[in-house]
Design a protein around this ligand. Structure first.
Ligand code: FAD
Ligand code: NAI
Length: 464
């Protein structure tokens, strides 16, 4: 009899399993696929960042190292080697999860888990069937890519994010449906490797949840990089004919349908909570209108003994959000009073430059009627950014007009994803903009941009 069976070994599941084992529970983790690590390690965060990094180097070697006085001559792409490097990183990290399970005394199973009662899980792997007994079950089965009506992912000409990590050769023309995180990250990869990239987006802006000022500035930069955008349109279909795909879209304001022909299409229109084969109906676990598992603040479902975390429940689909939930969920099983401040969970888009934010954006504050002061500072006025040849972008801090408490922070610029960590910690500590402005930031660093933006909240930037 286990104390806890975790279903799914993504960042939510494997971290929850480790924390539960640390707390003394006898734990098993069941994974459908041959490798542990879930979407994030196998076909998400890690391989996409490997390709982003490699393609950025390729772009740099071709176009910007000459600015540093480094002439390379003919720069060639070895796509097979780039992909092999990505696969190697994935292999190391997914193998690492297996190692962590052993180290923490967790029983790792490969097979499809189905909940057969509130305290039993059936694990099927080929001909093998195993029934495991447990006091509690934690569902961490994550999410899968969704498509839109009229567009069928054939995994060849029309791919989802998983297929877009494997394309070979480099597409001549890649149409990306959806200017969200995946569309921009993977669109950037292929644009840098030589594809013409056209992004079609339903909203009038890119990166829906981002602050409008940031999204607008990012759009200008991405256009300068050669990505093409058609916003405010609804894609209605994609038809494959031999080696080409014809994509049809309609202007939302009305007008004639338009078509565009490409050799590959990436569908990046969001993801849905994945509950197939889980047997929720066997025990009556409730889901919401979008098929996500309903949980309370303790991550308990309506069935005592069954919990859920990560992409399969409400909230942003982010690896670090899933991890925090995994830790807090099992700690609460142990009556440890842990909690998550969802307002302090950062979002990072790993384009170049990066886009990162934490807390509220200007539109959300205005809508909530909260009075705020805004401090902004450009990368172009920072010495380190100049040395890096990375002067695009700015940092913006939004602080409560009365208390000066930081309510949100938004950064567009190189390494914004690293810089946002300071602001997430500041928000967890309930810091004011003045707290950041009075803290010493090493010179010359990009972090000084954050300090200057904090000074700007009070109208006292020193270097601009
Ligand atoms: P998952 O990682 O999806 O893991 C769920 C696991 O459960 C899977 O391995 C699945 O096989 C298994 N499973 C499902 N059903 C069963 C069953 N019945 N039996 C056994 N096993 C089962 N997030 C970030 O924060 N940063 C990023 O940079 C980032 N980049 C991304 C890039 C891409 C291309 C994609 C697609 C996603 C990215 N994400 C990123 C999102 C991130 O991957 C997810 O938010 C995260 O993986 C969710 O973790 P999870 O543990 O909830 O689920
Ligand atoms: P997304 O929700 O970020 O973006 C989807 C986009 O598609 C939206 O802008 C939407 O308006 C648009 N869209 C929907 N229907 C459309 C239509 N018919 N025509 C044109 N556009 C349409 O979803 P995405 O990019 O698929 O990513 C899924 C999730 O994966 C993200 O929400 C994120 O949580 C996670 N992720 C996180 C990353 C990170 O943290 N860096 C990286 C990649 C993914």
């Amino acid at each position: 009899m286990y104390d806890l069976i975790v279903i799914g070994s993504g960042p939510g599941g494997y971290i929850a399993a480790i924390r539960a084992a640390q707390l003394g529970m006898k734990v098993a983790c069941v994974e459908k696929y041959d490798t542990f690590g879930g979407t994030c390690l196998n076909v998400g965060c890690i391989p996409s960042k490997a390709l982003l990094e490699s393609s950025e180097r390729f772009e740099e070697a071709q176009h910007s190292l000459a600015d540093h006085g480094i002439e390379l001559g003919d720069v060639k792409l070895d796509l097979a080697k780039m992909m092999a490097r990505k696969n190697q990183i994935v292999g190391q990290l997914t193998g690492g999860v297996g190692f962590l399970f052993k180290k923490n005394g967790i029983d790792g199973f490969h097979g499809t888990a189905t909940i057969t009662s509130a305290n039993t899980v059936r694990v099927v792997s080929g001909e093998d069937k195993n029934v495991l007994e447990t006091k509690r079950i934690l569902i961490a089965t994550g999410s899968k890519p969704s498509s839109i009506p009229g567009v069928t992912i054939d995994k060849d000409r029309i791919v989802d994010s998983t297929g877009a990590l494997l394309l070979d050769p480099v597409p001549k023309h890649l149409v990306v449906i959806g200017a969200g995180v995946i569309g921009l990250e993977l669109g950037s990869v292929w644009a840098r490797l030589g594809s013409k990239v056209t992004v079609l987006e339903w909203l009038p802006k890119i990166l829906g949840p981002a602050d409008n000022e940031v999204a607008k500035a990012a759009l200008r930069i991405f256009k300068k990089q050669g990505l093409e955008f058609t916003l405010d349109v609804k894609v209605t279909g994609a038809v494959v004919d031999g080696d080409s795909v014809t994509v049809t879209y309609e202007p939302k304001a009305g007008g004639d349908p338009q078509t565009i022909v490409a050799d590959r299409v990436l569908v990046s229109t969001g993801r849905y909570a994945y509950t197939a084969d889980l047997g929720l109906e066997n025990v009556g676990v409730a889901t919401d209108a979008r098929g996500r598992i309903d949980v309370d603040d303790h991550f308990r479902t309506n069935v005592e003994s069954i919990y859920a975390i990560g992409d399969v429940i409400r909230g942003p689909m982010l690896a670090h959000k899933a991890e925090e939930e995994g830790v807090v969920c099992v700690e609460r099983m142990h009556n440890i009073g842990a909690h998550i401040n969802y307002d302090a969970i950062p979002s990072v888009v790993y384009t170049h430059p990066e886009v990162a934010w934490v807390g509220k954006n200007e539109e959300e504050l205005k809508e909530a009627g909260i009075k705020y002061r805004k401090g902004k500072f450009p990368f172009s006025a920072n010495g380190r950014a100049k040395a890096l040849n990375a002067t695009d972008g700015f940092a913006k801090i939004l602080a409560d007009a009365t208390t000066d408490r930081i309510l949100g922070a938004h950064i567009l610029g190189a390494r914004a994803g690293e810089m946002i960590a300071e602001l997430a910690v500041a928000m967890e500590f309930g810091a004011s903009a003045e707290d950041i402005a009075r803290s010493s930031h090493a010179h010359p660093t990009l972090a000084e941009i954050v300090k200057e933006a904090a000074l700007a909240v009070d109208g006292r930037t020193l270097n601009a």
